[in-house]
Design a protein around this ligand. Structure first.
Ligand code: HEM
Length: 438
């Protein structure tokens, strides 16, 4: 196992030499027994993976992904309404926002404001992954031949579990995809990754294969995108609790640029650099994917005199890169100002996106869409709510719990805070959204 601690090493190996550093570790339990070989984040580097990646790129490159802005905006408006009604439940509201965004971007499906069946099916499908991805959970990952033992043997509980989980994963992939296809057929579909991809399907090529690629890529999105998006937005709230001055500055910026008559939209992005700095700082300070997804080296290589054997697992230590104090002084402080100069984003400060979304040919294909979904959520929360530490019945300030659920994606554990509308005007603007969107 090779750990890369610097952006320079990661760029040299994972990006410049990407033709040999872009595969993935074999995961017998997840890919072979649980049937997660549909998830192209775990596929080896081969032609089948390349087809998924190409298709995803067609919908998620910087210009194409702006087509998803309306989906992101609508889900964020839902978040504001929920925060107004039940602010203490903010973690669930952000979870709903992330799930709704993915389901609408991937499939163009509408979701219910609570207990939505598509989101519930997806959550049930993804949950086993969280369990099975913990290294050492299943012996079959160390001894792959165990996958051939018969299910009925007393110690083959892992095979019976895998069978159960396979079914949940299959439902997560098939149920929304079939619903999207039905909507497209009846002419009721909102635009989505699935509808765009079916539109460009080549009838003269293997249609079944092309459809499997669309279904797999869409089915990968919930697992890859919902907890990650939830995590960054929740971390931005932790950032405001740690540095209340940052929220104040962002609110002043929004008031100055937008005024009180309306709420920010994507058109305001370039006029709200401090909001952008907050998003950058959150992604740096609480990097969601601190080791990205490890890559696999396909052939022997050499770097700075070290021999790197084929089959090595290459782990980019993105956390170290994003907390390098020579680039980000006082790296454990939440300080969006580090990205600002003369009221603008300072291009001289390294953008955390250089490490936060992974590396080389496996870099997160949805990074532009993910960043814009987070940006609009932060911009609208800042515009409408005051976010402070919670206070108990005796007036004592409750320090937020600073705990994280670790895994490939790190997510803040539930914490307390106080979220209140900034003004009657803010309330009115949020209620007006409800009327317009139904
Ligand atoms: C803030 C949110 C997100 C973060 C921090 C993030 C981060 C990452 C990272 C670190 C990787 C692995 C890169 C590597 O192997 O070097 C990755 C891969 C991936 N992400 Fe994201 N991601 C986010 C949101 C999303 C969303 C919203 C989607 C889908 C809509 C998505 C889809 C994917 C896919 C499909 C891959 C696998 C790419 C491959 O293996 O070729 N991600 N992401």
């Amino acid at each position: 196992m090779i750990l890369l601690d610097t952006a320079e090493a990661a760029t040299e190996l994972l990006a410049r030499r990407s033709s040999i550093y872009s595969s993935r570790v074999r995961l017998p339990m997840i890919n072979e027994l649980m049937g997660w070989n549909f998830d192209f984040a775990f596929m080896p580097y081969n032609d089948y993976w390349r087809q998924h990646r190409k298709l995803m790129h067609q919908s998620f490159h910087p210009t194409a992904s702006t087509r998803f802005h309306p989906h992101e905006l609508r889900a964020t408006h839902g978040l504001l309404r929920s925060l107004l009604d039940t602010p203490n439940d903010f973690m669930n509201h952000i979870r709903q926002l992330a799930g709704e965004t993915i389901i609408s971007v991937a499939y163009g499906l509408d979701v219910l404001p609570k207990d939505d069946p598509y989101i519930t099916t997806a959550e049930k499908g993804v949950h086993p992954l969280v369990v099975a991805a913990v290294p050492g959970s299943f012996l079959v990952d160390l001894i792959p031949a165990l996958k051939y033992v018969p299910d009925w043997l007393p110690f083959a509980g892992f095979k019976r579990k895998a069978k159960e989980w396979r079914e949940l994963g299959r439902m997560m992939v098939d149920v929304p995809y079939e619903a999207a296809k039905r909507n497209i057929k009846s002419g009721n579909a909102a635009p989505s990754f699935t509808s765009y991809s079916l539109e460009i399907l080549d009838e003269n090529q293997d249609v079944e294969l092309q459809e499997s690629v669309i279904r797999n890529a869409a089915g990968t999105m919930f697992a890859a995108g919902s907890e990650t998006t939830l995590s960054v937005i929740a971390s931005s709230i932790l950032g405001f609790l740690e540095n209340p001055g940052a929220l104040k500055k962002a609110q002043e910026e929004v008031d100055r640029v937008i005024g009180k008559g309306r709420l920010p939209t994507f058109d305001d992005e370039h006029s709200l650099p401090y909001v952008t700095a907050i998003v950058k700082e959150t992604m740096r300070w609480r990097d969601v994917t601190p080791i990205a997804i490890p890559h696999l080296l396909d052939v022997d290589d050499e770097y700075k005199g070290y021999f790197l054997p084929a089959g090595s697992i290459v782990v980019p230590n993105a956390w170290a890169m994003l907390h390098d104090e020579t680039i980000y002084p006082e790296p454990f402080r939440f300080n969006p100002d580090r990205f600002m100069k003369d009221g603008k984003i300072n291009p001289a400060i390294r953008d955390p996106a250089h490490a936060a979304f992974g590396f080389g040919r496996r870099i997160c294909p949805a990074r532009y869409m993910a960043t814009s979904a987070i940006w609009i959520a932060v911009a609208l929360m800042v515009a409408t709510f005051d976010i402070t530490k919670a206070v108990d019945e005796d007036g004592n300030v409750i320090e937020p719990k600073n705990e994280t659920r670790t895994g490939l994606a790190c997510v803040p554990m539930p914490f307390e805070c106080s979220i209140t509308p900034r003004s009657e005007n803010a309330k009115r603007l949020i209620r007006a959204l409800a009327v317009n969107e139904g």
